[in-house]
Write a protein that binds this ligand. Structure first.
Ligand code: ADP
Length: 538
């Protein structure tokens, strides 16, 4: 017997029409060097339909790749919908990548056009001749003052929009590609992940749900996580789908500007990587605000950071885990009813976890290199694998040298995790960041969390350095808060009660700054190179 329900495809134009028809009066604010621009979903919808017309007149092929190179803005949101809703594929290029990576990605995806914010035009334009398939560059004037080249390939966004006809959106195949994003390459070469309409709609529903970010009509949502990376964690689709107002920081990503935007625009929900919230904290502490949830992920959220937000901003940080390959939101650390009456220490420990998979996804841990499941006892660790309709099954460049799927259809994450009895994830480390000392594993994340709970420490990254006897030993790279002091011994004494004796780092290096990747994560690759010749301790 078959179900007798309508088989309506899950396509992104349904999100678009919902916002257009039911939330036209809801505001959208974009910040920029020249001040804020105010608009509504009604204006956005009209402009997005006309942008669809622009893609037609530019001659972009039926499933052509539409590159974007810009900050979080209303215009970027227009592209987020106009490209997939006309059957094209949105390809967000990360403005912080190295030139060679940008060239590789644009050529590999075969971008036909790139829409670029004027503030970052100087980063893109010098590469344009290396991007073989790019025919046009459309400049979005976001208040930057970069010179716009006098070149027939360069067009102006607003001029094109003013002269364009609105188009109808009707995507029929829910499995058609909607957008693509290359992983930022903390490991190896960038790898292309291709999202479908269906995966996007299902991910959007999960992000909206209360166990996800819980976005609704009463929210003012501000994605700080970039729209050029990992789909802005789904907030760019979730907000129009939920009728939430949107606030975009534009190029104004400085901590003070972000804190002011949260306060002045009465933002209720925002999300970004831990380094962002670390920076924003002193500018937000003690101020009146309407925030009800701060989403944080991309790397482990230090308990000390969550505690500091609880104490100084009045709400803890909600930790989410995911990867470009999972759209990216896969799990969240919502405190279940079972911890409602728990003491603060237990709650802090729970918030430090990456939480349970959002409904729709499943997780398991397996013995490395096998599909043998490990127990859910919070002690055994193994490679974390996930399965569900918004997990990638393959890369766009299968030659990337990574087998993403297991023979039984789960996605390999490259993360090492433990699961507790309820299946709540605790990421121990990324496989390549684990420190293998004398045949036993040491978690760099656990050591970093312990070090970052020292009051004088601003940031800490622990890496493996070669050792003749133990193969590898941990080295702690520590950044002190400005004006604070601490010695190596003080740091080691502080963490000694929290970790096994043989986990204690061999040395503490005080550095000015932890190098960051293009999306603001600690770049341990750079630290490993810098300390490759570190003298071994007996
Ligand atoms: P990359 O860092 O390789 O560019 P992504 O941006 O897709 O790729 O990051 C995915 C990785 O980030 C995950 O595999 C995991 O190692 C790490 N990560 C994401 N969220 C968390 C979290 N909440 N806690 C710990 N690690 C996280």
């Amino acid at each position: 017997m078959r179900g007798l329900m309508q088989d309506v495809p899950l396509t992104i134009d349904t999100i678009f029409r919902h916002a257009e028809q039911h939330h036209g009066d809801v505001p959208i604010v974009t910040n920029g060097p020249g001040g804020k621009t105010r608009s509504t979903y009604a204006e956005w919808a009209d402009r997005t339909r006309r942008l669809g017309g622009v893609l037609d007149t530019l001659g972009i092929s039926a499933d052509g790749r539409v590159g974007t190179f810009g900050w979080n803005s209303q215009r970027h949101l227009e592209l987020y919908f106009a490209a997939p809703c006309t059957g094209r594929v949105l390809h967000t290029l990360n403005v912080r990548l190295f030139p060679e990576q940008l060239t590789y990605i644009a050529n590999h995806a075969e971008d036909e056009v790139v829409f670029v914010d004027r503030t970052v035009l100087p980063l893109l334009w010098p590469l344009i001749d290396t991007m073989k398939t790019v025919q046009q560059v459309v400049v979005m004037d976001d208040g930057g003052d970069a010179e716009v080249p006098d070149d027939p390939r360069v067009l102006d966004y607003e001029t094109l929009l003013a002269g364009a006809q609105p188009v109808d959106f009707a995507v029929r195949d829910e499995n058609a590609a909607a957008s693509m994003c290359y992983t930022s390459g903390t490991t190896g070469n960038p790898k292309g992940v291709v999202y479908s309409h269906r995966s996007t709609v299902l991910h959007t529903m999960a992000v909206i749900s209360p166990n996800g970010f819980g976005i609704g009509v009463d929210d003012v949502a501000m994605p700080v996580v970039p729209m050029f990376h990992a789909n802005a964690w789904g907030i760019a689709q979730a907000s129009p789908a939920a009728g939430a107002a949107m606030v975009f920081p534009g190029a104004m990503m400085q901590p003070q500007a972000l804190a002011d935007l949260i306060v002045d625009e009465e933002v209720t929900f925002t999300a970004g990587v831990p380094t962002i919230w670390q920076g924003v904290l002193p500018h937000l502490a003690g101020r009146e605000h309407r925030l009800r949830k701060i989403g944080c992920g991309g790397s482990a959220v230090p308990p000390a950071l969550s505690r500091a937000y609880q104490q100084q901003v009045g709400l803890p940080i909600y930790q989410a885990w995911g990867m470009t390959e999972t759209h990216p939101v896969a799990s969240g650390s919502t405190l279940a009813r079972r911890y409602a009456d728990a003491d603060e220490e237990t709650k802090t420990a729970q918030r430090a976890r990456q939480g349970i998979p959002l409904f729709g996804l499943e997780a398991r841990i397996v013995e490395a290199g096998t599909i043998d499941e490990r127990p859910w006892d919070d002690v055994a660790t193994g490679e974390l694998q996930v399965r569900g309709p918004w997990c990638a099954k393959d890369y766009y460049n299968p030659d990337a040298g990574v087998e993403l799927s297991t023979p039984d259809g789960w996605m390999r994450t490259g993360d090492v995790a433990a699961l507790d009895a309820f299946g709540s994830i605790r990421i121990a480390d990324r496989t390549k960041d684990l420190i293998k000392s004398g045949g036993e594993w040491i978690s760099s994340v656990d050591l970093e969390n312990a070090i970052m709970s020292h009051p004088a420490v601003a940031e800490a990254a622990v890496i493996a350095v070669p050792h003749p006897k133990w193969a590898e030993r941990p080295l702690a790279c520590v950044v002190l808060k400005s004006g604070e002091t601490a010695t190596e011994q003080e740091i080691l004494d502080h963490i000694a009660p929290q970790v096994a004796k043989w986990w204690l780092p061999d040395a503490v290096e005080f550095i000015d700054e932890v190098p960051k990747t293009s999306v603001g994560k600690f770049s341990k690759k750079d630290l490993r190179t810098r300390f490759a010749e570190y003298p071994a301790k007996d």
